[in-house]
Design a protein around this ligand. Structure first.
Ligand code: HOZ
Length: 443
């Protein structure tokens, strides 16, 4: 595999950009190699600066549900660009996107557009605090909600990849208002609620966790969160930056049947451009300025080009309801290939993770939301379980897949994303690569 141009770019990048990358996991440190630099992407393929082609299961960490550079999205974006890139004033597109989000997720009665998932969750938490007049929040170890100060506590994603539970630079006071519970463990939530009665503004959760690898909620867990937040006068925030429009058009609420008070969206909602959103119950969202006293603003919020990409993507998804079945079926085939090779697999729709668990017995089950794990069998249900994975074995597998031209996330703790551009033939090719890569590691 030719690497000269990517290596040269990485050398230059490291002179000026921390670690040579603009987001840590991209540095490939956890898999012991240097990153490739992308030149372009089309459908399921990424092409790097040296002309190598990779079948892409990172999909820009989630937005690429249609594959890269979908012709309809590109055409709409080109037309939008010709009208101007940013106005700092309202546009018809913002209204249309808000209407589409509401049509997909009816719980979202009022919605505000922002520019990143981090901003969406940070703002939703502020709204929850403003609405309830309380300061504390409960989050779950291994859930990742972006990099705002108060949410970088026992976070997943890049913090797990780098084995740092908390970021430096977060004032102790901020972290003190963030209480951490164990994902899928009702008792841990009840205990925190009891110890902090009347002080918890919200429980913020990834309804299907996808930043410690994919970890679906156990049956009844989200229902429990719904009940306990209602009983305690706290709000339930679904961080749907990954799950929104991916698990189903109606996101986690449609997929699990559980409603939240506030939802946050990113990735797919921006169709591959920097756009995110938060919204929910009208009475709660009415706290947001200029209606209410919770301030939140942004020069590029509702950017017209990003809005166009989002509208076009959502319309394609809405017009093709068969897409979710196709994605589910293809992801199931990948999951089965991993399972047959004796790995622990968690899957929810088109999100999946194969975990390299030391001593994993194929008689053990892996969790899916139907509670499919075998009686008495083990499964990856929370942060501690995920932390027990053999990251060296994962790294070796990652490299073997990449050498076969298949790009999965360069970390044990990120999801594998299936897009509509991953045809049945490509899925079959990937299953072959999985079999060969896993077996090669055993010899
Ligand atoms: N935090 C992102 C994955 N969960 C990584 C984003 C990126 O590196 O682009």
């Amino acid at each position: 595999m030719e690497k000269r141009k990517s290596e040269q770019l990485f050398n230059r990048a490291q002179q000026l950009i921390p670690g040579g990358v603009n987001s840590p996991v991209r540095a490939f440190r956890a898999v012991g190699r240097h990153p490739f630099f992308v030149e372009r992407a089309q459908g399921p393929w990424l092409i790097d600066a040296d002309g190598n082609r990779y079948l892409d299961y990172v999909c820009s960490w989630g937005p690429g549900i249609l594959g890269h550079a979908h012709p309809k999205v590109i055409e709409a974006v080109q037309q939008a660009c010709e009208k101007g890139l940013t106005f700092g004033a309202p546009t018809a597109g913002e209204v249309e996107l808000a209407e589409l989000i509401q049509a997909c997720v009816p719980d979202v009665e009022l919605v505000r557009l922002v520019s990143s998932g981090t901003e969406a969750v940070m703002s939703a938490v502020r709204v929850a605090r403003g609405f309830t007049g309380r300061e504390k929040i409960i989050k779950f170890a291994g859930n990742y909600h972006g990099h705002s100060d108060g949410l970088l506590v026992k976070a997943g994603s890049g913090l797990m990849t780098q084995s740092v539970p908390d970021s430096a630079g977060v004032p102790a006071g901020y972290a003190a208002s963030t209480l951490t519970a164990v994902y899928n463990d009702e008792e841990s939530v009840s205990r925190l609620m009891e110890e902090n009665r009347g002080q918890v503004a919200a429980v913020v959760v990834e309804p299907v966790a996808a930043n410690m690898g994919v970890v679906p909620p156990k049956p009844g867990f989200l229902e429990f969160l719904r009940r306990i937040t209602e009983d305690e006068g706290a709000l339930l925030i679904f961080d749907e930056v990954i799950t929104g429009f991916r698990l189903a058009l109606g996101g986690a609420t449609e997929y699990t049947g559980v409603s939240a008070d506030l939802h946050t969206f990113g990735k797919i909602v921006g169709g591959g451009m920097p756009l995110a959103a938060y919204g929910g119950r009208r009475d709660i969202m009415s706290c947001v300025a200029p209606l209410g006293a919770v301030y939140q603003a942004g020069t590029l919020s509702g950017n017209p080009v990003a809005v166009t990409a989002g509208i076009t993507t959502l319309k394609i998804l809405m017009e093709d309801r068969g897409i979710y079945e196709r994605l589910d079926c293809r992801a199931a085939k990948l999951a089965e290939a991993y399972r047959q090779e004796g790995l622990a697999v968690n899957r929810a729709g088109s999100l999946l993770s194969a975990f390299f668990v030391p001593g994993w017995d194929s008689a053990d089950g892996a969790a899916d939301r139907t509670g499919r794990q075998k009686e008495g069998g083990r499964s990856i249900e929370n942060y501690e379980d995920a932390c027990g994975c053999d990251t060296q074995a994962f790294a070796a597998y990652f490299n073997r897949m990449l050498e076969r031209g298949i790009f999965v996330a360069p970390s044990q703790f990120e999801a594998m994303f299936v897009s509509d551009a991953h045809t049945d033939a490509l899925i079959e090719m990937t299953c072959e690569a999985i079999r060969a890569s896993v077996r090669q590691g055993e010899t």
